[in-house]
Every structure is written in C-alpha cells, then in structure tokens.
Design a protein around this ligand. Structure first.
Ligand SMILES: Cc1cc2nc3c(=O)[nH]c(=O)nc-3n(C[C@H](O)[C@H](O)[C@H](O)COP(=O)(O)OP(=O)(O)OC[C@H]3O[C@@H](n4cnc5c(N)ncnc54)[C@H](O)[C@@H]3O)c2cc1C
Length: 443
C-alpha cells in the first residue's frame, strides 16, 4: 500500500467516502441503435428525467462517459434545501413576475424532493437537520441578518440569528462571529440517492449505458445521431445533462452549454471515526453547515454522526487528492483544534457548476434540451430541472417554470476552460484573510 499523505490515515483513499457503502455500478447496458430520447450524463438531472420519460412510455437511453454517477451526483456533500443559493437581487435583475416564479419553483423543488423520497420510499439517510451558516466577520453577521429576513419574507422560511456568545449550542468552535440558522434544509447520503434514482429510472424502462462518451451530436430536431465511444445512436430528442462536466471529458460536446458554465473543482475530506463525545462537541445539533467566506468551508457529520465530512477550496488551481489532504486537514483544525489528532481517511474532488448570472438554467436550443448550473446546490435543483426538462420534452411546452428559457449569459472569448480561476480565487482568499485580520486588529 502506498504511503498516505501528511495528515492521512494509513487506510487513506483518494475516492469519495460515500462509495464505501455504495460503490459505483458497472456500466451494465448495451447501446441500442435508436431511442426516443438520448440523455447525456447520468447524474440526478439525467435520472430524474429518465424516470418521468420512461413512465410516459418513451424509450430512454442514458449515456455516461464513465461509470453511471461518475460526476458530482455521487461526490457531493449531501446538503439539501430549496433556493438557499438563489440571489437576493432577482427582482431588480429580472422583474417581479419572473423573480416570484423562480422563488416559488425553488421552494417547491424542495417540497417535491422530500415527497419523492417519501412516496418512493428511498433509503437515503435523509435528516431534517436545518442549516448553519457561520459569519466570518461581524460585518458578515449583519449581512446574514438581512439575508435571513429576505428568506423569511420571500420564501416563508424559518430563520434565526445565533449570536457569537451562544454559538456553542450549535458548534464547538470560536471560529465564527455568530451564524444564520435556517430550518428548511436537510442532509442525506448522496451516493445512496443516486443509486435510488438509478433504480427508479431502470424500473421505468430506461437503459443506462456507461463507458459511452459522447462527442459530436449531428442532425436536427427529430433526427439526431450521437457519435459515442460505443458506436452511433440515433435519437429523436437529446437532453444534455452533463452540467459542470460538459467540457471536462469531451471538448466537442455542446458548445452552447460549455460556453455558459464555469466548472470549479471542490475538494472534500472525511476523517477517521471520532469518539462520540468529540463528534457531539464539534457539531452538537448535527446541522448541515457552511460559512460566509468567498473561499468557503462547508461541513457536516456523516449520517452515522461519527465522522467529519469537510469541504473547502484547497487550491484554486487543480491539484490531486494527495496534495489536498493536508490542506483540508489544516482548514478543519483552524475551526476545531481538537481535530488535530484525527486523520483523513478519504479525500476526493468534483466539479461544481457556476454560471455568470448565479442562476440555474434549463431550456432548449436547436432541438437540444439542457439543464445546468447550480452554484454547488444542485442535489434538489438538478432533480427538479431534470423532471421539468422531461415534461417539456413530453408536452413541448414552453416556459413551464421560472428557470426555463432565461437569458443564459456567456462571456466573449470564454469557451469553457476557466483560466481565470487561480487569479479570482487568489483575490477571494486574500479578501477573506484580510477581513478576518482587520477584525482581530480591532479587538
Ligand atoms: C464536491 C461537491 C460538493 C457538492 N455539495 C453539494 C451539496 O452539499 N448540496 C447540493 O445541493 N449540491 C452540491 N453539489 C452540487 C451537486 O452535486 C450537483 O449540482 C449535482 O450533482 C449535478 O447533477 P447533474 O445530474 O446535473 O450532473 P452530474 O452528476 O455532474 O453528472 C454529469 C455527468 O455527465 C457525464 N459526462 C460529461 N461529459 C460527457 C460526455 N461527453 N459523454 C457522456 N457523459 C458525459 C459525467 O461523466 C457525469 O457523470 C456539490 C458538488 C460537488 C462537486
């Protein structure tokens, strides 16, 4: 066995902790010659669409370049909510009517998501934990208060500000200057959710084909040919559900989506099992947590409440898991010095999908359907948009939901490779550090 990296446990692995319980499935189906709907990608969006389309009697083929679920859908943090990342300035940007629809859809997406878990009896370790967002400075705490008010007013959510003096009731750390608590939020095991969606899609008749990288999509509405690693596939309709991975695997796939999404690598680590009292001390109420830094930390306990699962931008350039491990461990111990003696057993990375207007998008262009862009909050939203795209394909309806057909901005010269990230990321980190240092100097 190779030496573990610094701060790594002897059993250290460069793969998601979630895969211990739910390893990737083998790419198990063969490619048909033709299909009614071809879906490229096999994450939550693809499988949600496949479930609906299959139940409607359509022949559906889901294609992934790697094993099914290779992308963000088995690598994420499993924090779920409805619209917590929707920007607060929607009305000014898009007008009242569109803003109201988007907020309603975002709220409904979470209600619908929980309903599917209940109706389909999905064993995904769901907990109604609520969300903690720590303020990295007193000024950020004040901004959080305004955001909490906005979430109460526009979403009807139950929010509460937790002052610094009281934060030990939620976190065993003095790292933050208080926090915003939102009750309408939960946590789950993301790979279990992906596996459950996969089963539902298969039960609805969907064919899931792995190792079938798609390159060019030729033809037109009603008569497409997809050139795949397993041969050609003719399809009446095509749904591009590759999100942040759109240009990452094949540089020719969907120039339209590629030019509009910014893939950012997120790094995650899981610790070895912690003693029960340590786990209870660091996160006594078992919330899903994030913070207000531009280069943010996000963290939670594993569903059995024994491990810390921690995410941070280890670097803003791409590094491997070996290099990321000690950096994430250091971040973790900045928040909880008590974690110094517990090592990292798993480290992994995945691509998060950002858009230039900070909004998710769906729609159709030249007969190709797409859904993309969740700013790191896509477990619920991509499930919802997958269903919306499926219904659009079935009925041909236009603008069924607020995210449908929104202007989807690109940037001149940008082709899908975010060369600017190390510069932007460096600025973010410097601003975060400077702001915290100014608070210290002011004490
Ligand atoms: C580390 C991390 C943490 C996150 N944490 C959270 C969280 O806590 N809460 C939350 O709500 N969201 C979170 N997210 C975001 C969330 O995971 C995603 O928004 C969601 O999983 C996206 O699902 P999807 O179906 O759109 O795409 P994905 O699951 O990313 O699937 C895209 C698929 O497309 C395939 N593909 C790409 N190119 C091709 C090609 N040419 N041919 C065939 N297939 C191709 C890829 O192999 C991949 O499997 C996180 C993301 C990451 C990376």
């Amino acid at each position: 066995m190779p030496e573990p990296p610094a701060s790594g446990h002897p059993a250290w692995q460069a793969r998601p902790y979630w895969w211990d319980e739910v390893p990737p499935v083998a790419a198990h189906d063969t490619l048909p010659e033709r299909t009614d709907v071809a879906i490229i990608g096999s994450g939550y969006a693809a499988l949600s669409a496949a479930r609906i389309l299959g139940r409607h009697g359509l022949a559906v083929t889901v294609l992934d370049a790697r094993e099914p679920g290779y992308g963000a859908s088995t690598r994420n943090h499993g924090m779920v909510g409805g619209g917590l990342k929707i920007p607060g300035d929607l009305e000014q940007r898009l007008g009242r009517e569109r803003a109201d629809r988007i907020r309603k859809n975002a709220r409904d997406s979470f209600i619908e998501f929980k309903q599917i878990i209940a109706d389909e009896n999905l064993a995904v370790d769901y907990s109604n934990s609520g969300r903690f967002t720590g303020a990295h400075t007193p000024a950020a705490y004040k901004r959080q208060a305004a955001r909490g008010e906005e979430l109460r007013r526009n979403f009807g959510y139950h929010t509460r500000m937790l002052p610094r003096e009281e934060q030990h009731s939620e976190i065993g750390s003095d790292f933050y200057y208080g926090a915003l608590l939102v009750e309408e939020s939960g946590g789950l095991q993301p790979a279990k959710l992906h596996r459950a969606y996969l089963r539902l899609a298969e039960q609805a008749g969907g064919r899931i084909v792995g190792n079938a990288e798609v390159g060019a999509i030729e033809g037109r509405h009603g008569a497409f040919t997809l050139r795949t690693a397993k041969g050609d596939l003719r399809a009446e309709k095509v749904f591009v559900a590759t999100n942040a991975y759109t240009g990452a695997i094949n540089p020719h796939l969907s120039p339209f989506v590629r030019r509009r999404v910014v893939p950012v690598t997120a790094y995650m680590a899981a610790t070895e099992e912690l003693p029960e009292d340590v786990a209870r001390f660091i996160l006594p109420t078992n919330r899903m947590c994030g913070d207000t830094k531009r280069s943010l930390f996000a963290f939670r306990l594993s569903p059995d409440r024994r491990r810390m699962i921690f995410a941070g931008r280890a670097r803003w350039r791409d590094i491997d898991e070996r290099e990321a491990t000690p950096i994430l461990h250091r971040f973790m111990t900045e928040v909880w010095p008590v974690l110094k003696e517990y090592r990292v057993t798993h480290c992994w990375k995945g691509l998060v999908c950002f858009t230039f207007d900070k909004l998710p998008h769906m729609g159709e262009i030249d007969g190709l359907y797409y859904a993309a862009g969740c700013q790191g909050s896509g477990v619920v939203m991509m499930s919802y948009l997958g269903r919306q795209v499926a219904e659009k394909i079935i009925s041909g309806a236009r603008e069924q939901c607020g995210f449908d057909g929104l202007p989807f901005p690109a940037r001149p010269g940008y082709t899908g490779k975010p060369w600017f990230l190390p510069v932007v990321g460096g600025y973010y980190k410097t601003r975060d550090a400077l702001e915290r240092r100014l608070v210290w100097a002011d004490r």
